[in-house]
Design a protein around this ligand. Structure first.
Ligand SMILES: Cc1cc2nc3c(=O)[nH]c(=O)nc-3n(C[C@H](O)[C@H](O)[C@H](O)COP(=O)(O)OP(=O)(O)OC[C@H]3O[C@@H](n4cnc5c(N)ncnc54)[C@H](O)[C@@H]3O)c2cc1C
Ligand code: SF4
Length: 335
């Protein structure tokens, strides 16, 4: 698969990068590790005229902010997060989610920002189209959707598959976004539109610059699981991240954040299940009920050969186990 011609720019600073993106008016794409973008360009799913490479900009090391939060440069490679002692100590779920991505080569090249800004996926979309006698789908500007033929033109159920995004959402992280106008901060969940046609709430001239993970409260536990068929070098069929906080008595759940990824156009927080856990004893029955409720609430899309029923069962079973582990890590009930 030979790449088409394009221009390559290598700005030396983030400010120069956003100035370039602003000037190029949407004809440009940011190139970070290239592990998502380049295969999509080879398949001619994305055809930018100019690539703005971040390769000449050295990422800052992860650092603790005065309020105890952790700031991680979005240009950092996933392997750096996986290895960083600070990240592993202060946000172990983030390190674990980074380790879940692809294989070693993908993590050595792939960046945090690129992982968050990866394109959503669908069996029809993620194939070469030039040798097929098939008309393009909605996401490619066409007039049909192959897996979901009754969908209207404004709906695309391609699935967003980042492993890191659910962990950041469960951790209550914020995203620092840089543009020529300056910096804005949004919650990690607000980075996503929920529409597979345009999954990110990001302007073409904006860069994800950093991720801020707040310091955890005392008696906080976490748990993360990515389900795959082979167990490696593979996108998830469902990715689940949980952060749970116990009250001062060590017996009551003060609150839980659950994020479930790789099953819809964006990572989903099952709000009703989270509410059912808050201010209640996290006993086995309550955790099992919350997991079952979450599986229904998320309403997974069938994707990559996995049926909705199978994905609901997967979420129910794994989320229950993760909730038990998070309670134990928070210092709560042990078996
Ligand atoms: C074999 C293989 C297996 C994979 N497995 C997984 C997996 O298991 N889990 C998973 O989550 N991903 C997986 N991926 C997808 C991808 O490799 C990773 O998500 C990786 O982290 C992407 O980062 P990158 O730096 O290479 O992004 P790039 O490919 O450089 O960029 C991806 C997209 O993000 C944009 N972008 C990059 N950086 C920024 C930024 N700072 N601000 C704004 N936009 C930006 C680019 O313009 C592009 O549209 C896999 C890829 C391959 C090839
Ligand atoms: S789900 Fe989206 S990407 Fe897949 S065929 Fe339909 S419109 Fe295209």
């Amino acid at each position: 698969m030979i790449l088409f011609d394009f221009e390559l720019e290598r700005p030396g600073t983030p400010a120069d990068a956003v100035a370039l993106l602003e000037r190029l008016h949407g004809d440009a794409r940011v190139l970070a590790g290239g592990t998502d973008l380049v295969p999509n360009m080879r398949a001619e799913l994305i055809k930018p005229g100019v690539l703005v490479s971040l390769g000449a900009i050295a990422p800052e090391a992860p650092a603790t902010l005065p309020d105890g939060a952790l700031r991680i440069d979005a240009f950092s490679r996933l392997a750096e997060l996986e290895r960083s002692e600070l990240v592993r100590a202060r946000a172990p779920m983030l390190a674990e989610s980074a380790r879940a991505v692809g294989g070693n080569q993908v993590r050595e090249m792939g960046t945090l920002g690129g992982n968050l800004c990866q394109e959503s996926r669908c069996l029809y979309f993620n194939q070469r189209h030039d040798y097929q006698f098939a008309a393009p789908c909605y996401k490619l500007g066409g007039d049909r959707c192959y897996p979901f033929p009754t969908n209207k033109r404004d709906t695309c159920w391609s699935v967003y598959m980042s492993d890191v995004a659910p962990a950041l959402i469960a951790l209550g992280a914020e995203i620092e976004i840089l543009s020529a106008k300056g910096i804005r901060r949004i919650s990690a969940e607000d980075l996503f539109t929920g529409n597979g046609l345009r999954p990110l709430a990001l302007d073409a001239a904006e860069l994800v610059r950093a991720v801020i993970v707040p310091a955890p409260a005392p008696r906080t536990g976490w748990a993360f699981h990515k389900s795959t068929v082979r167990g490696g070098l593979e996108f998830g069929m469902a990715v689940i991240a949980v952060r749970l906080e116990l009250a001062g008595d060590g017996k009551t759940c003060a609150g839980a954040r659950i994020a479930i990824g790789a099953v819809r156009e964006r990572p989903v927080r099952p709000a009703a299940a989270e509410r059912a856990l808050a201010d209640a004893a996290p006993d086995d029955a309550r955790l099992a009920d919350a997991a079952a409720a979450a599986a229904k609430e998320v309403n997974p899309l069938p994707h990559h050969g996995f049926t909705k029923r199978y994905l609901m069962d997967n979420i129910r079973v794994h989320l229950r186990r993760l909730l038990v582990r998070a309670v134990e890590r928070a210092g709560g009930p042990q078996a």
